[in-house]
Design a protein around this ligand. Sequence first.
Ligand code: FAD
Length: 496
Amino acid sequence: MRIVILGGGTAGWMTAAGLSHFLQDSDAQIHLIESDKVGTVGVGEATLPHLKFFNQTIGIDEQEFMRATNATIKLGIEFNNWGQIGQSYIHPFGEYGPSTTPIKFHHIWHRLLEKHPDLSLQNFSAGEMMARNFKFQIPQLPDDDVSTTYSYAYHIDAGRYAKFLRDISTKKGVTRQEGLVENVSLDPESGNILFLRLEDGDTISGDLFIDCSGFRSVLLGQALGEAYEDWSHYLPCDRAIAIPSTHTTPEKLPPYTQAEAHGHGWTWKIPLQHRNGNGSVYCSEYTSDDKIEALLMRKLGTTALASPNKIRFKAGLRRKQWKKNCIGVGLSAGFLEPLESTSIYLIQAAITTLVELLPNKRIDPVDIKEFNDVINVEYERIRDFLILHYVATERNDTEFWRYIQNMPLPHSLIEKISMFKSQGFVPEYKDGLFLFPSWLSVFIGQGIIPQNRDPRADALSQADLDRHLNYANTVRKFVDSSETHTEFLNKYCRQG
Ligand code: FAD
């Protein structure tokens, strides 16, 4: 089978690295085309813990990866000014309370609030407490109870990650070609892609084409005409400006992403080893590019390292991400704003789902349907979780936030919000992104406390309650005994 990947951004090179690893024992030939004339989107620095497993699975050494990408640790995201102005919480990668609790810990916390009204749920999260204290240690599975309750991801220089994966992929036999695709030839009978014609006249044929051409969606969108389903009525932000900056406190790098809401969207700050990634996502209906650029420059001042990278987008997806003999991966397939750093995860989900479906080396309509169903569910779950950040709020200080307060919501989200408000419950998924603790952190972090709790929490004895309360001390001791994030990076990412 000859697989042609169009695009050499994060999506293209993750696909090349993934497929060249997973299909190494097959007769698959992988060819990647990229064009310097087009370039990459140049953003995408915060990741989710799943990337660790992707790297591990394809045989990447973590220390080598962190050195190559100037990575720092990400224990979660700090959200500022979301529920209301002045409010701050962290969505950590992990659980609240001990992993052994028979009922969900927040019900016990709810009961504890009766005697301790100021008791914060964050005291019971090792991930959040480490992040708040700029500490880190690699979870030591399986012995330590606290260690089993959190996970971590990375902040990376995405351009360096793509180069790192390019080296790995080409060593595994992926061939790379520089060139601009100008034309796509389709089989008039089947509608399949036959070959790509490059600017210099070269033609590239294949059995399977992976479209990693970014927002242009050269194959899936333009050539095969798969429509873009617009979700901007749910997620109205449609522009971004990114500006890198130098560190002001390089000796104290936070092990978390910052996402600060403002009147018309939000700003991000992502610490890498050598610089910060900064930017703002905003809604052009309520503000202008100039105002957002000025807002960013007020924050960055002389630390700004480059001129602004201005990006336009529309929230949504192409429903058939696999159509005919073409699969869209990355921005060519869809985009949801980077509030929870989900795009690289979606690239990974597409690759791993495809690998599970490819073993018969035929393009089977059943496989196509399965792939599209799996990816559609991923997008819908992420969409609902992102919207939650906007609607779990008291903010109505600008036209933007007043629109949000009154906008229509997906039915699936309305149900989840109402179940949480009444019972402190959100239906659990078995796999995929954003399990219950994630929903909990946003609900509680943005001030939504359930009206009722699990009756088993009321049945707990005072001794049980004291034991649970004491877990906060266990977490604190664990955090105190951890090294600082900077110490960890200096040691772990040292050359050699
Ligand atoms: P691109 O990087 O745009 O690459 C497209 C490739 O296609 C390039 O190599 C280009 O040369 C090639 N190409 C296009 N047309 C042609 C042609 N005709 N001929 C030849 N080659 C062609 N994701 C996260 O997970 N975390 C984040 O924190 C995050 N932040 C983001 C912030 C913003 C503002 C935006 C817009 C996105 C963010 N993302 C984030 C998403 C992330 O940037 C992308 O998912 C990721 O970079 C993948 O992009 P891509 O490879 O699909 O596209």
